[in-house]
Design a protein around this ligand. Structure first.
Ligand SMILES: Nc1ncnc2c1ncn2[C@@H]1O[C@H](COP(=O)(O)OP(=O)(O)OP(=O)(O)O)[C@@H](O)[C@H]1O
Length: 874
């Protein structure tokens, strides 16, 4: 699929597959070179095998970050890497003039986003989307990003008092341990697995200083409070309390050392995160005072006691024992709590009818209560954190958002939670596709460039299946959930099949006895079990429980249940808003925010399922690369930005602009950066492009690159290119006729460039650079070099200088062949012709602007791609 990129390619070529195999082998033969590919778009050919091998080679030499075009791939080392994230490294990336030329690192992404905000070009706000499967390193990466900004965007003492400064950055970072304590748990796949999604907006003021933050959370896995998968644990906070409480606290929380809690399995297992003191310290920093903390911990202790309450038919003593303790900790009357759990209140007209619950129903009500309390508490904590760290709207103007969301999930049994999570991933994938792929493709189409890069997987039909209107899985689920009767999984399955069988993304295993449906997600097929799905979607909360807890003597419980009541004013117990509707809404809001920002994607990869340090399991990695479509992404990035390194771009332009003889072109190519060679080889030989296609491709890439690099100074230059577009294109056509040979023995070398500064509309002032400088600052030079006509205003003395410079270079002002030799390179001038009015015309074989740069005080008029008119301003 990824191979079928370009139209007009002769796919009928009999040996294409063989030759691809051969190419792969040829590429892999240079084993000791593989780790040097810091951008996977340079890999050639791009196949899962070659990409995988490069990543593996890099991992084995402890290089964990690799670019994949517009995405950063982060491999989890599963062990601390000394000095990878130190303050010095942060500073290095932050103060570098071209951080992207440094080794790939998450700080490049961070810095790029930060500079985009500084550049103030639309969209100014940034989103850093961190994705990957559980244990891949998303939370770690998000934390790194937050620390980076808390460091580099820290206000100096000039702006505010040091005290405030420290407090805000500290508070932003302190939100992490609290949210992780309450929202993370030890699972089979990750000892510190986030059981919720989050989007953190780091708020920056006019001077790009961090002045606050806000957090939005998504879909906490609250079922974990009452039901933990085998060999997994409940949320960290419960274990932290068990392990870190003082004797006095234990007494207050009725938690003796030897007590077992049904909802605290595997408490003998200790993980790094079992750090109660750290959580409490962070709470203090964020302003959760001691009294509030007590209220929180009593609620949590109450939940644990509730878990030990069982509902046997006889009046069991132990049942009353735990129930009384729970009631005491939760500050509600024990009898009332018992009644609420055991008796249901039904409305019959205006009358209330009391109906005793079965044993199973009582347990459901107990679990429901515990989940509700925990979820409300979590929400309260998030709100508190937000109140503590959010800056006043008048003080911040831009933000950098960090999105850490659960990756695509496919277990043996999947239910509503996985459906929501995978739906979120579909949405993000669509955003990614829309942003990078479709936008790029459409741009080419709008330019009239006649080819299609990639048959990218547009997942719209899958999204229609899940969330579409009027009929979709969600809409049917909601309909079913609103019916006032228990749901029948088999009937619901029949309904789904009847209504949705037109959509090719849903299917059913006819022979399966378990009611289910299978969705073909972009990342793979997932079977969803229907049993229990509707009930989960309803997420009912008995009104009696809300009424009871609203009257709790624990002020915090009172507060959070009052909120719940406002949310559910009908007081009929059944929440009108279903889980999927709520999730869909919050996700839509997130997408709206993402659409208004410049996104940056980081894909975290888990190199082995056992979280072992420095262990790379190919099968594991390839599955993840496929699940996030990374190979396809690399392909598109390679196709869209084939010449992504700066030197290559310039070199490419030089080659394409100049009317060169074959051996001259080769000579220049030999000066090019390595990637241009790859690009040329790929497009000319391996992808079997015509030269014309190559020319257009490069032209498009250069243009789109320039247009996309939304740095203000460059924009005007890009505009110049656009204006001259047609002319430029014609010139590039010459390339189509050119015959390029293999360019072997490639040397990566800096290309001399111009460093001009745009002064006024339409005219360009070239700054004086005595010697060609390395690639730094080249894009403007490139832009100028590609514009066929530019007027450079120079002073009269400049002309004199130029003349004397020429004299010192032994260039007599007469017709003929000349040579300019510097310590950097040798130029061959085809001719220098004296012109009237003290001007001089140069015929050159390199970009004429290089000459303009040398003699910056002259008015120069580029007359063609190898001709420049330099004249004294009269
Ligand atoms: N860059 C890194 N350097 C060292 N260790 C890392 C790095 N990234 C991740 N880890 C290790 O991997 C573990 C799992 O990472 P993390 O918790 O960030 O995964 P996750 O993708 O957020 O998982 P989940 O979706 O389950 O929350 C971390 O606890 C840490 O030990």
């Amino acid at each position: 699929q990824v191979e079928g990129l370009i139209q007009n390619v002769d796919f009928s070529h009999p040996s294409l597959n063989d030759s691809l195999e051969g190419e792969i082998q040829a590429f892999l033969i240079n084993e000791d070179q593989l780790h040097t590919y810091d951008d996977l778009t340079k890999v050639n050919p791009v196949t899962p095998t070659t990409v995988l091998k490069c990543l593996q080679a890099r991992y084995s030499v402890k290089v964990f970050y690799t670019h994949a075009g517009c995405t950063l791939v982060a491999l989890n080392p599963f062990q601390p890497v000394p000095d990878l994230y130190s303050l010095d490294v942060m500073k290095e990336y932050h103060y570098a003039s071209q951080p992207q030329e440094f080794k790939p690192h998450i700080f490049i992404v961070a810095e790029e986003a930060y500079r985009n905000v500084q550049g103030q070009l639309e969209p100014v706000n940034q989103s850093l989307v961190v994705s990957g499967e559980s244990g891949a390193g998303k939370t770690w990466t998000s934390r790194c990003l937050m620390k980076y900004y808390a460091t580099v965007a820290a206000s100096s003492s000039v702006m505010k008092s040091q005290d405030t400064v420290e407090r805000i950055e500290r508070r932003v970072l302190d939100s992490n341990p609290i949210m992780e304590a309450f929202g993370n748990a030890c699972t089979l796949r990750n000892n510190n697995s986030s059981r919720f999604g989050k989007y953190i907006q780091l708020q920056l003021d006019r001077c790009q200083l961090l002045v606050g933050a806000s957090v939005q959370t998504y879909l906490l896995e609250k079922t974990r409070v009452t039901c933990q998968p085998a060999n997994e644990r409940n949320f960290h906070i419960f274990y932290q309390m068990m392990k870190g409480a003082t004797d006095q606290q234990r007494k207050e929380w009725m938690m003796s050392q030897d007590q077992c809690f049904a909802w605290l399995p595997n408490s003998e297992k200790t993980v790094e995160e079992d750090c109660f003191d750290e959580t409490v310290e962070a709470m203090v920093h964020l302003g959760i005072h001691a009294e509030r903390q007590q209220q929180i911990f009593r609620i949590l202790a109450g939940i644990l006691q509730l878990g030990n309450v069982s509902f046997s038919s006889s009046t069991d003593e132990s049942q009353t024992y735990f129930l009384q303790r729970a009631a005491e900790l939760l500050c509600v009357p024990a009898e009332e709590l018992q009644t609420c759990l055991r008796v249901r209140t039904l409305k019959a007209g205006k009358q209330n009818v009391l109906k005793p619950c079965s044993q199973a129903e009582c347990s459901v009500r107990r679990d429901c209560l515990a989940k509700l309390i925990y979820a409300q508490l979590f929400e309260w904590i998030v709100t508190f954190i937000n109140n503590s760290i959010c800056a006043d709207k008048s003080t911040w103007c831009n933000f950098i958002g960090v999105l850490d969301v659960y990756g695509f999930e496919c277990f043996q049994i999947n239910n509503l939670e996985q459906l929501c999570i995978n739906y979120a991933n579909e949405k993000l994938q669509q955003h990614f596709v829309a942003h990078y792929l479709r936008a790029q493709q459409e741009e080419y189409v709008s330019e009239g460039l006649q080819w299609s890069f990639v048959k990218y997987q547009d997942n719209q039909s899958c999204l229609d299946l899940i969330e579409g209107s009027p009929i979709s899985v969600f809409s049917l689920l909601n309909e079913e959930s609103r019916l006032n009767r228990a749901s029948d999984a088999k009937m619901f399955r029949v309904r789904l099949e009847k209504e949705l069988s037109d959509n090719g993304n849903i299917s059913w295993d006819k022979f399966s006895k378990v009611p289910h449906f299978t969705v073909a997600h972009y990342a793979g097929r997932v079977n969803y079990q229907i049993e229990g799905m509707v009930e989960k979607n309803k997420d009912p909360v008995p009104a009696e429980l809300i009424n009871l807890f609203e009257k709790s003597d624990n002020p915090l419980l009172q507060e959070i249940f009052a909120d719940k009541k406002t949310e559910n004013p009908t007081n009929r117990g059944l929440s009108k808003v279903t889980v999927v509707s709520k999730f869909k809404n919050s996700l839509e809001n997130l997408m709206k925010i993402l659409h208004t920002t410049t996104p940056h994607y980081t894909r975290c990869i888990k190199p082995n399922p056992d979280c072992k340090p420095l262990t790379f399991k190919k099968e594991e990695v390839i599955m993840q690369l496929e699940a996030c479509g990374i190979v396809e992404t690399i392909h598109i990035s390679a196709a869209g930005f084939p010449i992504s390194t700066r030197g290559s771009l310039l070199a490419c332009l030089l080659v394409s602009q100049l009317d060169l003889l074959e051996d001259q072109r080769k000579k220049i190519l030999s000066r090019c950066a390595f990637s241009i060679q790859c690009c040329w080889l790929r497009y000319q030989r391996r992808r079997r492009h015509t030269h014309r296609q190559s020319a257009t491709l490069i032209q498009a890439a250069v243009r789109s690159w320039l247009v996309r690099k939304k740095v203000r100074r460059w924009n005007r230059a890009a505009g110049v290119i656009q204006n001259k577009w047609k002319k430029w294109r014609t010139l590039l056509k010459s390339l189509a006729e050119a015959e390029l040979d293999d360019a072997k023995d490639v040397v990566e070398e800096d290309v001399p460039v111009l460093n001009p500064v745009v002064r006024e509309r339409g005219s360009v002032q070239l700054s004086t650079i005595p010697e060609p400088v390395p690639v730094r600052g080249w894009p403007m030079g490139l832009a100028l070099a590609s514009a066929p006509s530019i007027t450079v205003s120079l002073t009269a003395t400049g002309f004199q200088k130029m003349m004397s410079a020429m004299a010192s270079l032994n260039l007599p002002s007469r017709r003929g062949q000349y040579k300019v030799t510097t310590n950097q390179y040798t130029e061959e001038l085809a001719s220098i012709r004296a012109q009237p009015k003290g001007s001089v015309k140069l015929h050159c074989q390199r970009s004429p602007l290089l000459y303009a740069d040398r003699h910056p005080d002259l008015k120069s008029d580029v007359r063609g791609f190898n001709e420049i008119l330099l004249e004294k301003t009269l």
